[in-house]
Design a protein. Structure first.
Lengths: 498, 169
């Protein structure tokens, strides 16, 4: 009964209801406008909302997250430009549908299936999180250390095509996270005698730089890309279509929620796997895949929204973010004084059930905003980049300054923006940097705890690691990811499939 | 066999800079507490920077082996750092420099007018109007609604606000 009360908090308060609606509305547009991303928006937003009441701030950010994942599909369908990475698979069949004059139908179907997927994810989150949380209480410090390494390696290997660059980025982030006074001994680390660095580099400034400024600078390369306008007619999908594709939607939602729950994997991978699943299970599609098959649109859309609920499971129960967006989100939770982890559900059950309820509410708003306001949408999405980019840069500056009212944070933000720009140019992923910054403290503390408990003996550390089933599974997973990216693996695979 | 892509101009130099930076950080990590204990404050940074050195060595070796893209350093200015990007970086850094002295309103307005005029190129009057409108919206949302304190600079913003407040009262 108590859980239900907490669940309904954002449904019954007018303020929270309005903030969730506003967040979802903004999220749909942020996700849809190429050049703007949910990660960018949440990073900038943290700096403005950290003085707010935690519930208000969470409502706005959850709305943006949920709306943003859905919003990416709109431009994927209409312009063949995925607004977010999770909408890449949507463009494969969504855009051909639009070219055939079925843009309205594609948007309607993708909205309904996104909402169904979203609910599947939320239900799984509500059911699985307490179980995972209970299990996570048995985790040893070394398991947390390895979960951190696993997350960074997964993001590093899956988000780009070069593991060593991903690993470098993750380690760089970990190092940024250690700048300042050591939390255990107060010894200075990388402060170079500058007192202002004792508190470290603000993670929000790093986030805004890497996701706001660097993305805006990268977008300058695509200034002349002309957008193609599509005609949109009926948006509300036919009931017969919804009924027909419901089983596929539920199947791909399950894929989405599982993939989303794995550290390092997010909506983009979930959507691509779901698309592949739809291709395999649909024996005789009415329209071939890649030419406007409805199955090819429904599968990724259900999966990427289901992945949101899935991604919340490790984030809330283990304090481990799944990808860059959840890493930023996790940063926001820490800033608001919440400590996501196994104890969150026992110490702060209201926060957990509030989040579940709020996600469900945001999902309903996705349905409302997804099926309405299409004319306004077309106008906003056509906002020229020449206006959009200066605005993103200005908001990044305002956001960085708002953290501590300090010009120094603006310089950190701009510095990381330029570094992030060059990293992107040379195929280094910036996602693992943020993951490293967020996980740095957790990994540092858990490494030291575990090695102290082994009396500084590295052999004992490994003996205990290999004798604990959980630690062993995590260790083998890390090894497998590493080996799977080496030339030895590629050669072995080529030999097997020859 | 996967195809070997030609490296982008400046990629080897970037890889070399990354390696140098990693080595510097490794040395700085060592300076924290040396190799005294596995649980020392420097142990974790040492491991992280060690990974950075290792990974950047591999990346640099890979880059050296890859064929260079035709066009050399001229292509760097067109593909990696085209004038549009370097000019925007210069504009945003100048904005950062003048922000503290001139204050948010004037510096942000100048930044918007110059950058919109440079990127959008639809006439100065349009750029000024768009910049003014955007600045008004941003000011209302962030300064008045979110209560974000922004650098005042040469405009006595608080006095003006107080005066407007007294007029309204």
């Amino acid at each position: 009964m108590e859980a239900l009360n907490y669940f309904a908090t954002s449904w019954t308060s007018l303020d929270l209801l309005a903030l969730t609606a506003l967040g979802t509305f903004l999220g749909v547009y942020i996700g849809a406008i190429p050049g703007l991303s949910v990660t960018m928006a949440v990073s900038i937003l943290i700096s403005f909302t950290f003085s707010w009441d935690v519930n208000n701030a969470l409502c706005l950010m959850v709305g943006i997250f949920m709306g943003g994942v859905y919003g990416g599909s709109r431009t994927a369908i209409l312009l063949n430009i995925p607004g977010a990475p999770s909408a890449i698979a949507t463009a494969l069949d969504g855009y051909p549908m639009a070219l055939k004059g079925e843009a309205g139908e594609a948007i309607g179907l993708s909205t309904v299936m996104s909402v169904i997927g979203g609910f599947v994810g939320i239900i799984v989150l509500a059911l699985a999180a307490p179980v995972v949380s209970e299990f996570a209480l048995k985790f040893q410090p070394r398991d947390y250390l390895m979960l951190g390494i696993l997350g960074i390696m997964l993001v590093g290997s899956l988000s780009g095509n070069n593991l060593t660059k991903g690993v470098f980025a993750g380690a760089f982030g970990m190092l940024i996270g250690t700048v300042g006074l050591d939390p255990l001994t107060a010894e200075e680390r990388f402060t170079f005698g500058v007192v202002e660095l004792w508190n470290g580099i603000n993670p929000i400034a790093v986030m805004i730089g890497l996701f706001g400024v660097s993305e805006a600078l990268t977008q300058l390369h695509y200034m002349n890309k002309a957008a193609i306008k599509q005609k949109i007619d009926r948006i509300i999908p036919r009931w017969a279509d919804v009924k027909k594709y419901l089983p596929l939607s539920l199947q791909t939602s399950s894929i989405g929620v599982i993939v989303g729950a794995l550290p390092g994997t997010g909506g983009d991978i979930a959507a691509l796997l779901a698309y592949d699943h739809a291709k395999r299970v649909t024996k005789n599609p009415e329209v071939p895949f890649g030419q406007g098959a409805k199955e090819g649109l429904i599968a990724p859309e259900a999966a990427n929204n289901a992945a949101v609920g899935g991604a919340y499971i490790p984030m809330l129960t283990l304090g481990i973010p799944g990808d860059a967006v959840t890493a930023v989100f996790l940063g926001a939770l820490f800033i608001h004084g919440l400590n996501p982890g196994p104890l969150l559900l026992t110490e702060n059950p209201q926060m957990f059930w509030f989040t579940v309820g709020n996600l469900a509410l945001a999902n309903i708003f996705v349905l409302i905003f997804g099926l309405t306001g299409i004319k306004l949408f077309s106008k906003i999405v056509e906002c020229p980049k020449g206006i959009l980019i200066p605005l993103i840069l200005l908001l990044s500056v305002v956001g960085a300054y708002a953290i501590n009212n300090s010009i120094a944070d603006i310089w950190w933000m701009l510095g990381f923006g330029v570094i992030g720009y060059f990293m992107k140019q040379y195929d280094y992923q910036v996602g693992p940097v943020i993951l490293g910054v967020i996980l740095s403290r957790l990994m540092d503390e858990n490494w030291r705890r575990s090695i102290i408990s082994e009396r500084e003996s590295l052999p004992d550390f490994f003996i205990n690691l290999l004798s604990s089933p959980l630690s062993l599974v995590l260790f083998i997973s890390i090894l497998l990811i590493f080996i799977s990216q080496t030339p030895i693996w590629a050669r072995a695979k080529a030999m097997v499939f020859k | 066999m996967t195809a070997i892509h030609a490296k982008k101009p400046g990629e080897t130099l970037f890889g070399f800079l990354v390696l140098t930076f990693s080595l510097f950080l490794f040395w700085q990590s060592y300076e924290i507490s040396g190799f005294t204990a596995l649980s020392s404050p420097g142990a974790f940074p040492l491991a992280a920077s060690g990974i950075m050195v290792f990974a950047s060595c591999i990346n640099l070796l890979k880059d050296i082996r890859r064929p260079a893209e035709v066009g050399g350093f001229e292509v760097f200015w067109s593909k990696v750092l085209p004038p549009i990007v370097s000019i925007m970086i210069a504009i945003i850094f100048t904005f950062g420099i003048i922000l503290d002295t001139l204050g948010f309103i004037i510096s942000a307005l100048l930044f918007l007018i110059i950058s919109i005029q440079f990127l959008h190129q639809k006439g100065l009057v349009r750029s000024v109007l768009l910049s003014l409108l955007s600045l008004i919206v941003i000011y209302i949302v962030f300064r008045l609604v979110f209560s974000v304190i922004l650098p005042e600079g040469i405009i006595p913003e608080r006095e003006i606000m107080a005066w407007i407040g007294s007029l309204l009262n």
